[in-house]
Each structure stands twice: as C-alpha cells, then as structure tokens.
Design a protein around this ligand. Structure first.
Ligand SMILES: Cc1ncc(COP(=O)(O)O)c(C=O)c1O
Length: 361
C-alpha cells in the first residue's frame, strides 16, 4: 500500500539569518523551505520525496476543487532546551488521518508511512523549529487530483506535508497560559450532524463553518462554539478546538458521539486531569444549563483545547442574540492554567513523560 522509500532532495535552505523569534511569528504565515509529497496513481503511493516547497499545477477540473475531496491533520514539533526535538503523539494523528481517509473515500496512508514522512520532513527542516514558546506546526494533507467533472471519488491523490515555524495561535493571548479568548455561540448554524463527517478532519467541515466564524469575528470573537444540529441545545466543540467546562473539581466535556473531532489534546487533557485527581465526565452539556451555572458562579471556568493553542481559557461567551456572558472573573482559571502548564511541560520536555507520548526525532 505505501512505501517507506522516501527520497530526500540534497539541497537544503539554511535558517541562518531568518527571524524565528516566536513573538514575531504570526501563526500560519511562515513556511519552512521544504515539503514532503507523494502521489497516488494506479493504486499505489509513489514518488515519495522531501524537496523544496513549490507551487503545484492542477487542472481546473481536479476533483478537490469541485467536490471537496480533501482531508488534513495538525500536529507540532517542539524544540527542547537541551537541543532535542520532539513530536507529540504522532501515531494518533496518523490513525486519525486513516479514519478521515476512509470516511472520505480516499486511499489509506499506513500510519508508519505517515509518521516516517513527517519525521523525514521535520529532520530536513529541523533548524526551522523556533525556540519555546514557539513550535513547528505540521500540516499533513491529502486531496483528490483526478481531472474529471461528475460526482465520484478521485482515482488520483496527493499526500503532502507542510511545516510552518509558529508563534502563538491567538494574537490576543500571546504565548501566556493566562491569556483568554472570547467565543461566539452559533445558535443558528451547526457544523456536523449524525452520520456526517464531524468526527473526521475533512476540509468540508471547515468550509461550512467559515461564514459563522466571520460573523463571530465581527463581534470580536476568535472562535465559534457550535451546538448540535438536532435542536442546538447541546454543546459540541469549537471550530478548531474541543471544549471543557469546570465546576468545582469536575470537568465536563461532550462525549465522542460521532459529531465532534476526537481531539488528541482532549484525550491528553482527560488523562492528565484524572492523574491530577480531578473528575472528568464525558457527558452531554446543555448550553442553557451551562449559561445558568456560569451566571450563578457555580461554573467557574470554560476552556478550549487543541494542538495549535494547547489549553486556552474562554473569558466570555457571545450569543447571536447579543447576550454576553463573562466566565468567572474573565481571567484564565486555576484548572485551565494547571492543565496548560502540565501539557506544555511534557511537550517541551520539562516534565517527564510518563505516558509514552513523546517521540524524539
Ligand atoms: C474541529 C476541531 N476540533 C478539535 C480539534 C483539536 O484536535 P487536536 O487536539 O487533535 O488538535 C481540532 C484541531 O485539530 C479541530 O479542528
């Protein structure tokens, strides 16, 4: 199915003289000089290589442009103070990519091949990993490239990986674990329904969230909280992060019922929180009940989590009706900060990894 035979182009662009100061790197805008790419033709992945990143040429009738046959992943490489470089749970991204491919009628990429591709590229561009609190954001992607009009699964695909030296995901929080964001509650639109693609990383999921994200931005919000498609009473997740609610020592988060993405950070938060003695319940969270508890002060923290920003506090919910609800005192709470520093501690090698999550390069 896949070959581990990856050709590495000899020429390397040096990072010497390039400004990789995390405080000046805007997320998603700076690309390291190389990419990994492999082509699926006649039932096989072939021509796998790491080479200088370049534009690609596709026929305007490529399947991806019309029918959106595209999936992706998001992961990071971290530079440790002792000079080592680490990936965080890369096999989990590889397995999720397999599930996304299967759901979107795309060919499998063997998890070992996926991780090898990522490692080959990160090793090639290792100088481009910024120092803490920055990281190298990794974007594996697959898309259908067959030239044909007519709704059907592509017979040809590109699997590629991009790497981006990155600073903070949210401009307003910077790299501080005490930063918080404002979130827009989507009361009129949903992003996923039972039987759909909410539990995989299909590009289509993001396309349908864009209009609501733009509406949220106009209200000063950097993320959108989506509710269930069947009545919009229960919380699902944010446009690019999972969500937790904190009441005393208990964390509540929506269950993996097929309409939300099984976040790798979500899973890590649950594990770490339980080991720190907290109770975590994966249970439906009703937005009206959560709002009532926030208002009365019983629910003191709400936080979002995902690879890009790790764990970030939510200071305010802004409803489409115009209602604004401040959470706690508007600052990142104790639980939020503790979980953020535990996870980042493991990722940056400051806290021993007792879970086998770190994969050194
Ligand atoms: C919709 C959505 N939910 C949750 C997450 C968080 O997932 P992870 O922790 O694996 O980055 C992401 C980011 O990938 C996402 O796009």
């Amino acid at each position: 199915m896949a070959t581990l035979d990856i050709q590495i182009a000899p020429q390397r662009a040096s990072a010497a003289g390039v400004d990789l100061d995390p405080s000046r790197l805007e997320f998603g805008k700076t690309f390291a000089p190389d990419w990994f790419v492999s082509e699926y033709r006649k039932g096989h992945w072939q021509n796998s290589r790491v080479e200088p990143l370049h534009n690609i040429s596709l026929h305007p009738a490529a399947i991806v442009f019309h029918y959106g046959q595209s999936i992706f992943e998001g992961m990071k490489a971290y530079r440790w103070a002792n000079g080592k470089a680490a990936l965080f749970r890369p096999m989990e991204n590889a397995r999720r990519f397999m599930r996304s491919a299967e759901r979107m009628a795309m060919p499998p990429v063997a998890p070992e091949f996926f991780v090898e591709a990522v490692k080959a590229l990160v090793r090639a561009d290792i100088e481009w990993i910024p120092r803490e609190p920055g990281s190298l954001y990794i974007r594996p992607t697959m898309m259908g490239t067959e030239t044909a009009i007519g709704v059907h699964a592509s017979s040809e695909f590109l699997f590629f990986v991009l790497v981006l030296p990155s600073g903070a995901y949210f401009k307003e929080t910077g790299s501080s674990s005490a930063g918080t964001v404002t979130v827009y509650v989507a009361e009129m639109t949903s992003r996923a329904a039972a039987g759909g693609t909410g539990d995989v990383k299909a590009s289509a999921n993001y396309a349908i969230s864009l209009r609501t994200i733009e509406q949220g931005k106009k209200q000063g919000c950097s993320q959108v909280l989506f509710l269930d498609a069947n009545g919009r009473r229960e919380v699902e997740e944010l446009g690019g992060m999972n969500v937790f609610f904190v009441e005393k020592d208990t964390l509540y988060t929506p269950p993996l019922d097929g309409t939300i993405l099984p976040g790798i950070t979500r899973d890590s938060v649950i594990t770490v929180a339980r080991d720190l003695g907290m109770t975590v319940e994966e249970t439906p969270v009703r937005i009206d009940e959560a709002a009532e508890k926030i208002q009365s002060g019983r629910m003191t923290e709400v936080f979002a989590c995902g690879t890009a920003a790790v764990v970030v506090g939510i200071r305010e919910l802004v409803f489409e009706s115009g209602r604004r609800l401040t959470i706690g005192d508007g600052a990142a709470g104790e639980v939020t900060r503790k979980l953020n520093s535990e996870l980042q501690g493991i990722q940056f090698g400051r806290i021993p990894d007792q879970y086998g999550w770190i994969d050194l390069l």
